[in-house]
Design a protein around this ligand. Sequence first.
Ligand SMILES: [Zn+2]
Length: 299
Amino acid sequence: MQFHEITNKVFYISDNTNIGVIKLNDNNDVLIVDSGSDDSKGRRIVKTLKDNGFQVKYIINTHMHADHIGGNHYIQKHFPEVRIFAFRSEISMLENPIYMPYFLYSGAYPIKDLRNKFLLAKSSKVTDIIDETTINIENNLIKLIPLDGHTEFQKGISFDDVLFCGDALISEELLEKHKIPVNVNIKNAKNTLLFLSESNYSYYIPSHGKLLENISDLANANLSRIIEIENKIIDYLIKEHSTEDLITYILHSYGLEIDNATLYYLYNTTIMAFLSYLKDEKKVELFFNNNKLLWKAII
Ligand SMILES: [Zn+2]
């Protein structure tokens, strides 16, 4: 973990999941944005802050994925005075993180392969419920920017003209590696990328990527990939296919070779999101043949 200064009030810790740090007062108390994936990340965040003269007093999470909320548990356990803010819609996810692998596994009790630290965080207790688009912490106005798409209720956290943008978009390197950005709602993901592309913050920190002063190129690259996948799906569904056949086809078309259930179900969710979006757009339809659910493009 490395500590970086962005402005005199906003910093970040670079790691697999970047951690935002907002200085709130002259005592060097901070609000952190996200907390990494597990106890060990939580411990290292506390230490990195301490090494730089800061202490965590508040936590807010951009969204409920395990690699963003997993450090909450350690920090709350060892520093019970720390307050955890969450939107009303996210409380149950922070307090019952088992819902995440349940979601991926069609709402059924998830297979053991999905009950891992990448998907299942330890739970933490929300202390402060957010109902507004801003929160005032010790006379600092923190803005919460809707960035839905990657998850239904993802929020960007903005302060001092810096936007911590969660997983609304991924870096060029990750786009090259994973090919298909994880999204649960394609319409919202596209709108979020358009919003980011036209936005004008001084600095942006994607959770998985480097500090950016201009986000338009990256937002447009993420958007282009989404549109490319949409077109691939429609082309493939000129002839009817099952969801599984479609997933296999899309993964092959990007040269992806997966060998674990976590990746499979993340891609599965994203492809399901595309199908839902394309059905709403009246570009694909579903029907049944011999008890098999099939998809077909509407020409
Ligand atoms: Zn995420």
